[in-house]
Ligand binder design. Structure first.
Ligand code: NDP
Length: 255
């Protein structure tokens, strides 16, 4: 009985930015729990390679190439899903970029690009998914936040503002869409081993700072988000909404 709570058989999950990194790991986790997956990214070749690998593991995988910052591409992608009779039950707003520059040297265009990719995209993709979920009276939205959803760090101002916004967007979605049968929650990953952190991982000083400060004394592995994602995507969390759950080795408690 208890494992059935986490069973995603018959559900379809769209995970944005899932060609690699955390999105890919979350997609694999949801697929392992039985969901059909729609992978998304902007690099079509990388996406097809990821899809082929996941299909090779026996998972049901579709792909949808679109840029989450391009509203017309997002609406067109949902129209294609409608045409093909594909209903999104679970949306993971994961696509994101990092850009490090002190604010005094930051161009407005770079500010805007980071806000568009990490925050506005979650609203636009979320709205398109939620319109359809509302019609069926069921849906789970999972937004990807960060430690910067709670605190500021130097050189990543727009990222911090976007991720702080993700926390409140998650609550706004929960407030407005709860009555429609849609739950909205967020995951706040800590320092994870992905391409996004390539430069930080290669920097011995930063690497020892992470290992010295994270209570669990190590970086997180992408697959360590799978359990939280399955919980938030499944019946196990049916009365949980508006929350951000940190998977950060305890970091948020000591920063
Ligand atoms: P990666 O850089 O490893 O992967 C980013 C993914 O997002 C890729 O699949 C990429 O697709 C996709 N993507 C980027 N821009 C767009 C876009 N405009 N439209 C569609 N897809 C896009 O990042 P991570 O896996 O590390 O990060 C994933 C999420 O987790 C982000 O929101 C990030 O902010 C957040 N996060 C990451 C942490 C970390 O330590 N890594 C910590 C906290 C939060 P493509 O392959 O086509 O380029």
């Amino acid at each position: 009985m208890s494992t059935q709570l986490f069973d995603l058989t018959g559900r379809t999950a769209l995970v944005t930015g899932s060609s690699r990194g955390l999105g890919r790991a979350i997609a694999e986790g949801l697929a392992g729990a039985g969901a059909r997956i729609i992978l998304n990214g902007v690099n079509a070749d990388r996406l097809e390679t990821a899809a082929a690998e996941m299909r090779g593991q026996g998972h049901q995988v579709l792909t949808s190439v679109f840029d989450v910052t391009d509203e017309s591409a997002v609406t067109a992608a949902f129209q294609v899903l409608d045409r093909d009779g594909v209903e999104v039950d679970i949306l993971v707003n994961n696509a994101g970029i990092q850009f490090r520059r002190p604010m005094l040297e930051l161009e407005t265009a770079d500010w805007q690009r980071v806000i568009d990719t990490n925050l506005t995209s979650a609203f636009v993709v979320g709205r398109e998914a939620a319109k359809r979920m509302a019609a069926r009276g069921y849906g789970k939205v999972i937004n990807i936040g960060s430690l910067t959803s709670e605190l500021a760090r130097a050189t990543v101002a727009p990222y911090t503002v976007a991720k702080g916004g993700i926390k409140m967007l998650t609550k706004a979605m929960a407030a407005e869409w709860g009555a429609l049968g849609i739950q909205s929650n967020a995951i706040g990953p800590g320092y994870m081993v992905t391409d996004m952190n390539e430069a930080l991982l290669a920097n011995p000083e930063f690497d020892s700072w992470v290992k010295g400060r994270v209570p669990m004394r190590r970086w997180g592995r992408p697959e360590e988000l799978q359990g939280v994602a399955i919980f938030l995507a499944s019946r196990a969390s049916d009365y949980v909404s508006g929350q951000i759950i940190f998977a950060d080795g305890g970091m948020i408690s000591v920063l």
